[in-house]
Design a protein around this ligand. Structure first.
Ligand code: 0L1
Ligand code: MG
Length: 255
């Protein structure tokens, strides 16, 4: 097994067993972003070979705050499978994750493919619907610490998603107020504008980045646009709710 396949196996096992693993970059100082995306694909391919189904992509590092935290000025993407879906209003098991956090987001449902360099207008024309959403991020690395290459290899920390009701995308969603509540207490407040200034820019970036890996966004795909606020830790017993102005609320429980 070559080194990239070894990393993919380690990260896949860490996710399956909910056990943290050391970062790659402190030891393999030559590990590149291109190789990291190859590891991500190899790792998600292992999931697909176990019967999981690809359902779309997630965008990460889409806010200035997140880019500064990781020390980058480029967004990253990850792959979503049906096993990551948490039904709206249901409970997720904390024990299945290493150290999960939650991000309020919006999600796009695609009605047409998007490939490579596209305009914002073309991206919007390919959107069937928009929904309030939350992503469960769960770095498989110890202490939730990583360099850019590490986090890309780790499917950009993606591990779960919850989607609310789909809405007609022909509304102005550039600057909608967002509230994240845990147990009825407001813990984060933000705006969809935190996603690259306008969430549609995240979809434009997704089309470009996914094409760089030789893939495309397909009709029927879900695209998670990116985190809107800081991501609080999740603990058993919590009720977590995100409300997006004009799009309504989405919630789940932690058990
Ligand atoms: O979805 C995100 O923006 C998170 C990307 C990875 C960084 C992190 O895990 O905080
Ligand atoms: Mg996210």
């Amino acid at each position: 097994m070559d080194r990239l396949a070894r990393y993919a196996e380690t990260l896949d096992t860490a996710a399956r067993e909910a056990n943290a693993t050391p970062q790659i970059t402190p030891v393999d100082t030559e590990f590149s972003v291109t190789e990291a995306y190859q590891v991500q694909k190899l790792s998600v391919d292992r999931r697909l070979s176990r019967g999981e189904r690809r359902i779309g992509v997630k965008m990460g590092l889409t806010s200035r705050a997140k880019m500064q935290q990781v020390g980058v000025d480029e967004v990253a993407w990850g792959r979503l499978t049906d096993a990551m879906l948490i039904e709206e209003g249901s409970a997720m098991s904390r024990a299945r994750y290493v150290h999960p956090r939650v991000e309020p987001e919006v999600a796009f449902l695609m009605k047409a493919p998007l490939v490579g360099k596209v305009t914002a207008a073309a991206a919007l024309a390919a959107v069937e619907a928009i929904a309030p959403a939350m992503e469960i991020i769960d770095s498989r690395y110890e202490n939730f610490k990583f360099a850019l290459e590490d986090v890309i290899a780790d499917n950009t920390s993606s591990s779960g998603l919850v989607i609310g009701s789909w809405h007609d995308p022909r509304i102005d969603f550039s600057n909608l107020g967002v509230i994240l509540e845990i147990d009825g207490e407001v813990v984060q407040v933000g705006s969809t504008a935190a996603i690259l200034g306008h969430p549609i820019r995240s979809l434009v970036a997704a089309a470009r980045l996914v094409a760089e890996s030789g893939e495309q966004i397909n009709a029927g795909d879900i695209v998670m646009a990116g985190g809107i606020t800081a991501a609080p830790n999740l603990a058993p017993g919590q009720t977590v709710r995100t409300t997006v102005q004009n799009l309504g609320a989405v919630m789940f429980q932690v058990e």
